[in-house]
Design a protein around this ligand. Structure first.
Ligand code: S3P
Length: 181
């Protein structure tokens, strides 16, 4: 029998951060579907605004241009409760972190390089993973980021070997605990 889902009310915006493949979009859409919370997927917004894919933006305009678009998008975010599914590089810029923290919480979805490898091995849509063919390649790139993800996170949830509903339940508990303080 399916367990009933208990009600959950989001009080501030939350931003999901973490390495590529950690499930930010899937977690965000679970909240959208089951709790009717609005989601902003940064990569999709930027693709729509530019009329091209992230890969083409990197190829034609370069990574610094893309990073600027991310920051500009964060400057325009509303302050109402919603879920922002960030690209994996968003939290690497302190200015972005400050823009999010002014309004809400940063949630870090942590995972192992093995899980990233398994989830992204057949995907060509992420320019920064081109040529990253092994777990070791991914570990190397992850190691340049983990320190910052951990430093800026208000909440961390490890997602290895967990289902999306399990991750969301854990996340809800942690958000409620923060709200109680
Ligand atoms: C990036 C992650 C991607 C996308 C772009 C750069 C990164 O988003 O923003 O390819 O720097 O880690 P996902 O984390 O949703 O894959």
């Amino acid at each position: 029998m399916q367990k009933s889902r208990r009600p959950f009310h989001l009080e501030t915006p939350i931003a999901l951060i973490g390495f590529m493949g950690c499930g930010k979009s899937s977690v965000a859409h679970y909240f959208e579907k089951h709790y009717k919370i609005q989601v902003i997927e940064m990569d999709r917004e930027i693709e729509e605004q530019e009329g091209k894919t992230i890969s083409d933006i990197f190829k034609e305009n370069g990574e610094p241009y893309f990073r600027q678009l991310e920051t500009e998008l964060l400057r325009c975010l509303p302050t109402k409760p919603l879920i922002i599914s960030c690209g994996g590089g968003v939290a690497m810029r302190d200015e972005n972190v400050e823009l999010i923290k002014e309004k809400g919480l940063l949630i870090y979805l942590e995972l192992s390089p093995e899980t990233v490898y398994y989830r992204t091995r057949k995907d060509n849509s992420r320019p920064l993973l081109h040529g990253k063919k092994t777990v070791e390649d991914i570990r190397e790139l992850m190691e340049t980021r983990i320190y910052q993800y951990e430093k800026v996170a208000d909440i961390t949830v490890n997602v290895d070997k967990k289902t999306i509903p399990q991750i969301c339940r854990e996340l809800i508990e942690k958000i409620e605990n923060i709200n109680k303080k």
